[in-house]
Design a protein around this ligand. Structure first.
Ligand SMILES: Cc1ncc(COP(=O)(O)O)c(C=O)c1O
Ligand SMILES: N[C@@H](CCOP(=O)(O)O)C(=O)O
Length: 465
């Protein structure tokens, strides 16, 4: 499998090199040159597979020129053994045709564990064989950071630097990052917002001069293709459990960086019968505005009840645009350079293509609180604020009653106890057993100004030999 850049100017890479990078040299994002296809008969047979077996079926074609089947199988078995539910991604029915897919049974209680537990193991596997050390740089609005640290903490060949917006992640999220012990783990609280942190990561890929010459810079954000690849699996898993390929369904996806929902788009392109993908945003609604107006613009970032989605520059949207513009890398390069200077509008043809599969919905903080309360009152089911946005969008979307809608429940409510409290629930969410003493653990974190030079200087001075 070859991977090509969305901007068409960078060399094509194999899986191993795509894993060991972030942005392509031309500033684009890597995508597979072609996608594996699964027929209706293939999908029918998936019903017999457990989660790691299904992951093997979906992921093997993407990695097979670098990782032998038996090694991949061992990696996947060990990855999903870390999850606290036997089904790994259990489905819960809320009403006649509303479901939630619980993606929070991994070690850090968010959907990021699906990809980052795997990414850590893949990096370990590849780096051991190559006898190489790398530097990881990641930006987080709360969840990617802890999942990346958990996934990579055992890798001897990695120094990991995670930038989070100072004071803008929940206490549980911060503690999950800053209490993990290890000389190779570095938490940086940047005095800015998530967009600032993400921009620093992207700038560092464009200019790696601050790193020692023998260290590659690797991304753990969803700009790294391996993140997206791992997330495709649970769309197949949920759809097959609900009757695919005979039955079509829709997915409602709480969206920020467009990585999770882009994985759903790829599942559909690979043959999964998906009727609709619903982009559910908080008031940082740049993606909702794209779909309703055809214009992609910048907005000032709002701090909401769903902090992990407080993002206004949505990295992976570029991957979808590449397809909407029929894989014309030059057109994407031109669009993205104009976006750097201001708002951009998309062609009617591109927007028509997008609307055949995607709808969108913006959910305010008040509506989020109301949805948490309503779902609790009706089903005694506790939603976290991000998943509540997904459920609200699923209920408001205009789909025939015969189409089941699956909302991706992207985080455990115990990560956001304040939001749950604000919804007026008579019960507080409790942390699972392995995190019960989280608030007693000592923290380690460096507060830094919102300046790229300060961050890069800190990194350069703290890379282990
Ligand atoms: C809990 C939670 N829900 C939803 C999202 C949005 O996912 P994505 O950025 O892949 O769109 C994130 C992170 O971005 C998250 O942490
Ligand atoms: N919501 C994320 C933000 C980073 O997105 P990513 O999927 O590109 O890593 C977070 O919680 O950190």
């Amino acid at each position: 499998m070859k991977y090509i850049s969305t901007r068409g100017q960078a060399p094509a890479l194999n899986f191993e090199d795509v894993l060991l990078t972030g942005l392509a040299a031309d500033g684009g994002l890597y995508v597979p040159e072609t996608l594996p296809q699964f027929s209706a008969a293939d999908i029918e047979q998936m019903a017999e597979l457990d989660y790691p077996q299904l992951a093997q079926k979906i992921i093997a074609p993407f990695v097979s020129d670098c990782i032998p089947e038996a090694d991949l199988e061992a990696i996947l078995q060990s990855t999903y053994a870390e999850f606290r539910h036997d089904a790994v991604a259990p489905l819960v029915q809320l009403d006649h045709n509303q479901w939630v897919l619980e993606l929070f049974h991994g070690p850090t209680l968010a959907f990021k564990d699906f990809a980052l537990q795997l990414l850590g193991r893949l990096l370990d596997y590849v780096l051991e064989r190559k006898h190489q050390k790398v530097v990881i740089m990641g930006a987080t609005s709360g969840d990617t950071g802890s999942a990346a640290i958990e996934g990579c903490k055992r890798c001897n060949n990695i120094d990991i630097f995670i930038l989070h917006p100072h004071g803008r992640v929940s206490d549980v999220q911060r503690k999950q990052m800053t209490t993990v012990v290890g000389d190779n783990i570095h938490n940086l609280a940047v005095q800015g917002n998530f967009d600032d942190c993400q921009a620093m990561v992207k700038s560092s890929f464009n200019d790696r001069g601050f790193l020692p010459a023998d260290r590659r810079l690797v991304a753990v954000n969803s700009i790294n293709w391996a993140r997206i690849m791992a997330q495709i699996v649970y769309y197949f898993y949920a759809a097959v459990a609900l009757g695919a390929p005979a039955r079509k369904m829709a997915f409602s996806v709480p969206t920020g960086n467009f990585g999770d929902i882009f994985a759903g788009y790829l599942a559909q392109q690979m043959g999964l019968p998906i009727e609709r993908l619903i982009i559910a945003t908080n008031s940082n609604d740049v993606l909702h505005r794209v779909l309703t107006s055809g214009t992609y613009g910048r907005q000032s970032l709002e701090h909401t009840l769903s902090p992990s989605m407080d993002i206004t520059v949505s990295s992976n949207f570029e991957r979808l645009l590449f397809d909407l513009y029929q894989r014309d890398g030059a057109a994407i390069g031109d669009l993205m350079s104009r976006f750097d200077a201001g708002d951009i509008s998309f062609s009617a043809a591109a927007m028509d293509r997008a609307k055949t599969l995607f709808s969108s919905c913006r959910v305010s903080d008040d509506e989020t609180r109301e949805q948490i309360a309503a779902t609790w009152d009706r089903c005694e089911y506790m939603l976290d604020p991000h998943s509540a946005i997904g459920v609200k969008a699923a209920l408001d979307c205009d789909l025939p009653a015969s189409v089941p809608v699956v909302t991706l429940a992207t985080a455990h409510p115990a990560k956001f106890p304040d939001a749950v409290k604000q919804a007026g629930l008579d019960e507080a969410p409790s942390l699972p057993h392995h995190l019960r003493d989280l608030f007693e653990r000592p923290e380690r974190c460096e507060v830094l100004p919102n300046e790229l030079a300060a961050v890069q200087a800190f990194m350069a001075g703290n890379i282990n030999a």
